[in-house]
Design a binder for this molecule. Structure first.
Ligand SMILES: NC(=O)c1ccc[n+]([C@@H]2O[C@H](COP(=O)([O-])OP(=O)(O)OC[C@H]3O[C@@H](n4cnc5c(N)ncnc54)[C@H](OP(=O)(O)O)[C@@H]3O)[C@@H](O)[C@H]2O)c1
Length: 292
């Protein structure tokens, strides 16, 4: 399969490259080469590559920045998503939008299923929820894959790393950590989500919504504790509540995957096992960070 990936040099895209190695051809224009907000540039890239599937992992996703600059959030996350999906549809390719657990308000209290109604509580979530709708309208043969709390070896370029790496860095520097315990998530290895997306494409999964997450859930505080425990680093770790001045985030954005099992795909591994693998694999040359 020939895959064209927008946002392919980020955390998720980098794992997609590794997962596709030797099996699929993957082309990933840089942000400079094809800005998703530029419909003409996106269309030209799709026309030049003639892909079987187009994955849009490009995003403006630092939550605080989306509140400060909703124009850019909507331009990149929503209009960009529609541009990519429309170009894919025009070229007869499948479109895949990478979306987020933050489309939910977090009040359900248990894991969200794919058909649960989005009800975002911040502008990043609004831009992603609108993207999901837009993509479905312009490209009926599209998949939307929601992810949550990613940790990938490249680190998120938009967020300047990932949570696991920042816990490791701060603990190594001898800093103490105070981490929120009132937000639950599905921590997910970007490598596992990338592999699962390729499985969906390989088995020609039906169009629609999918949740790609490692099994289980925890709070950010518990995740920090697991990082320290599994890495053997010592640091003072204390729980805190989300502050009144912080951007509102869902209290429980756990993603339940009810769709990939019925397609015959094996369950993903629990998040702790994925985290243990991630921490070990950091030492492998192919996972070492390279300057972007
Ligand atoms: N990270 C998470 O915890 C998380 C959780 C849930 C969902 N997601 C979703 O998963 C996807 C991938 O996340 P990630 O962690 O891999 O993000 P990332 O590392 O920040 O990668 C995003 C990529 O998009 C590129 N990009 C940004 N604006 C662009 C534009 N206007 N046109 C073209 N490319 C653009 C960036 O390039 P530059 O760096 O050169 O700008 C970067 O290569 C995103 O859709 C995100 O919303 C992430």
């Amino acid at each position: 399969m020939r895959l064209l990936v927008f946002g392919g040099w980020g955390q998720f895209g980098t794992e997609l490259v590794l997962a596709a190695e030797g099996r699929h051809e993957l082309i990933r224009p840089t942000h400079l080469e094809a800005d998703v907000t530029d419909g003409g540039a996106v269309e030209a890239a799709v026309r030049a590559v003639r892909p079987d599937a187009v994955v849009n992992a490009a995003a403006f996703h630092r939550v605080e920045r989306c509140e400060e600059d909703p124009g850019t959030a909507m331009a990149v996350n929503t209009v960009g998503a529609v541009n990519v999906a429309r170009a894919a549809a025009g070229a007869g390719a499948r479109a895949v939008l990478v979306s987020s657990d933050y489309v939910f308000d977090g009040e359900k209290g248990i894991g969200y299923a794919e058909d649960d109604r989005p009800s975002p509580v911040n502008l990043y979530g609004v831009s992603k929820a609108a993207a999901e709708q837009g993509v479905r309208i312009v490209c009926p043969d599209s998949m939307v894959v929601r992810l949550s709390g990613l940790f990938g070896h490249a680190g998120s370029s938009g967020k300047g790393g990932n949570f696991v790496e920042s816990v490791l860095a701060r603990a190594s520097a001898g800093e103490s950590l105070s981490v929120v315990d009132d937000q639950r998530l599905s921590p997910t290895a970007a490598a596992d989500a990338a592999a699962r997306l390729l499985e969906l494409l390989d088995c020609a999964a039906p169009a629609g919504m999918y949740h790609l997450a490692n099994q289980g859930s925890c709070s950010w505080f518990e995740l920090a504790g697991a990082v320290l425990e599994l890495s053997g680093l010592q640091a003072q770790l204390s729980p805190r509540s989300t502050g009144p001045d912080e951007v509102r985030r869902p209290r429980c954005s756990v993603l339940a995957d009810t769709r990939t099992g019925p397609l015959g795909l094996a369950p993903t591994r629990p998040w702790r096992r994925a985290l243990a693998w991630y921490l070990e694999a950091r030492a492998e040359p192919r996972f070492r960070r390279s300057p972007r």
